[in-house]
Write a protein of this length. Structure first.
Length: 297
């Protein structure tokens, strides 16, 4: 990974932090995207200290960008700065995600689970896509890895109420957002065919992260069984496999359960739903006014 630039969202803890650490260990320049500046700087300092111990010359190759991915204006700013600050982007890992036990609405008026888990990676991917395409043209391939979950099974997209205004079920909202990740990846991979940018989605396993930090009954039950879950480092290995392994070179549009390609739910193969979600997502993020060929600028 020497000479590559990898962006990892939600990198201050859990799978994101472990993914950033492993990519840095492999020699990549890593851009950690974090919502909270204090926790982000603390995580960056920790990873830099680890890098300094293992490879002193790599301690300064762990960068930090602060952005609240629930706020579209901040996602737009993040995309602009990434394109401006880096002349190449080899890997984008869309890791950041939330599980919310009660309905919350973002400043953009969007239900927060859908906003963070789907619209944010959809928008950020579009914004950095020009740089990913350029890198693929020079290096042969760039990669987009989006984290999903086996929780997507058993649900379909409720296009009549994507904003959960008629009723909020936390499990339904989370599962629908994870299905959206797969539908987005399928459509994206088709649109990027033969351009050298591959897009895959991964369920990294059931991992003990702070996504279950809530005080509601679902989070409390989940924490009771946390001793059975994978450590973040174990889940991160499955993400890094898609981000860095030569074994998956040229592989695109696939759903991985850990490191194995498996079939997602039948609903994840609905091409009409993929196209409809793509169109609605562009409208909800303001990208409908942008040329379909790429991001602004």
């Amino acid at each position: 990974m020497s000479g590559t630039v990898c962006v990892v969202t939600g990198a201050n803890s859990g799978i994101g932090k472990a993914t950033a650490a492993e990519l840095a260990r492999l020699g990549a320049r890593v851009v950690m995207v974090c919502r909270d500046e204090g926790r982000g700087r603390e995580a960056q300092a920790e990873l830099r200290a680890e890098a300094r111990t293992a490879h002193p010359s790599r301690a300064d190759t762990i960068d930090l960008r602060i952005a609240d991915l629930s706020v579209q204006e901040e996602v737009y700013h993040l995309g602009e700065t990434l394109r401006a600050d880096y002349d190449r982007l080899d890997v984008l890992v869309n890791n950041a995600g939330v599980f919310l036990e009660s309905r919350e609405e973002t400043v953009d008026g969007v239900e927060a689970t859908f906003a963070v888990n789907h619209l944010a990676p959809f928008l950020l991917t579009h914004l950095v896509l020009p740089r990913l395409r350029e890198t693929a043209g020079r290096a042969g391939e760039a990669r987009i890895v989006t984290l999903s979950s086996e929780a997507h099974r058993g649900v379909s997209m409720d296009f009549d109420d994507l904003n959960a205004e008629t009723g909020y079920n936390p499990l339904q909202a989370y599962a629908q957002s994870k299905l959206a990740n797969i539908l987005f990846t399928h459509e994206l991979s088709r649109r990027l065919q033969d351009e050298g940018v591959v897009a895959n989605v991964v369920h990294p396993g059931i991992v003990n992260t702070n996504i279950w930090r809530g005080s509601g009954w679902i989070s409390r039950i989940a924490r009771l069984f946390s001793w059975l879950y994978k450590r973040p480092e174990e889940g991160a290995r499955n993400v890094v496999y898609l981000a860095a392994s030569p074994d998956v070179e040229g592989v695109t549009g696939q759903y991985f359960k850990e490191t194995e390609v498996v079939n997602p739910s039948p609903e994840a193969y609905d091409e009409k739903a993929e196209a409809r979600l793509w169109r609605i997502s562009r409208e909800m993020t303001g990208l409908a006014e942008v040329d379909e060929d790429g991001a602004p600028g």
